[in-house]
Design a protein around this ligand. Structure first.
Ligand code: FES
Ligand code: FES
Length: 189
């Protein structure tokens, strides 16, 4: 008995260490809910999915390759570009460094899940209004980050916005327009 408990704690701890800095994990909960051998149950955009996946599959690959939600982009696949940003329990994470199994029992939101039917999310609309993108490859990640930044009262100045968005790289250099989009959402112009 003691052996099984400590093994679960070890595995949960390993999962937490793998995503340090991306998702605040409750290891025991993550391993206790939604997990059967070879299968992982995920809640994405309010819909339940059960996928074939081993414990090493990232949330990004689960979303794109198992579930078919390809709006979340794979850029660097090593936590450096932000293209893969999604929300887990309302907080942004880079899904390429987040294990899918660690998200069992949590609420995952992707770019496909933020609009209200045909009505764009206010941040999506602001990106359109302010030309906050060019090629669009980084845009879903930028928008998912921006949704959190818009709601963050500790982010005030343009410099604060740039710092808060610094994990999202745009090779097209749309940064100033992205700042404008965030400010539009905050009612600043
Ligand atoms: Fe995840 Fe670049 S693809 S941070
Ligand atoms: Fe092209 Fe950002 S719009 S990388």
């Amino acid at each position: 008995m003691a052996g099984s408990v400590s093994r679960r704690g070890f595995l949960g701890g390993a999962a937490a260490a793998s995503v340090a800095g991306t998702v605040a994990l409750a290891p025991g909960r993550a391993w206790a809910e939604g997990v059967t051998p070879g299968r992982i149950r995920l809640s994405v955009n309010g819909k339940a999915y059960e996928i074939d996946a081993d414990p090493t599959v990232t949330l990004l690959d689960a979303l794109r390759e198992r579930i078919g939600l390809t709006g979340t982009k794979k850029g660097c696949d090593r936590g450096q570009c932000g293209a893969c940003t999604v929300h887990v329990d309302g907080r942004r994470v880079v899904s390429c460094l987040t294990l899918a199994i660690a998200c069992a029992g949590k609420q995952i939101t992707t770019i496909e899940g933020i609009a209200d039917g045909a009505t764009l999310h206010p941040v999506q609309q602001a990106f359109v209004d302010c030309d906050g993108f060019q090629c669009g490859f980084c845009t879903s990640g930028q928008i998912m980050s921006a949704v959190e930044v818009v709601a963050d009262d500790t982010v005030g100045t343009d410099e604060d916005i740039r710092e808060a968005m610094s994990g999202n790289i745009c090779r097209c250099g749309a940064y100033s327009n992205i700042v404008d989009a965030i400010k539009q959402c905050r009612g600043e112009h």
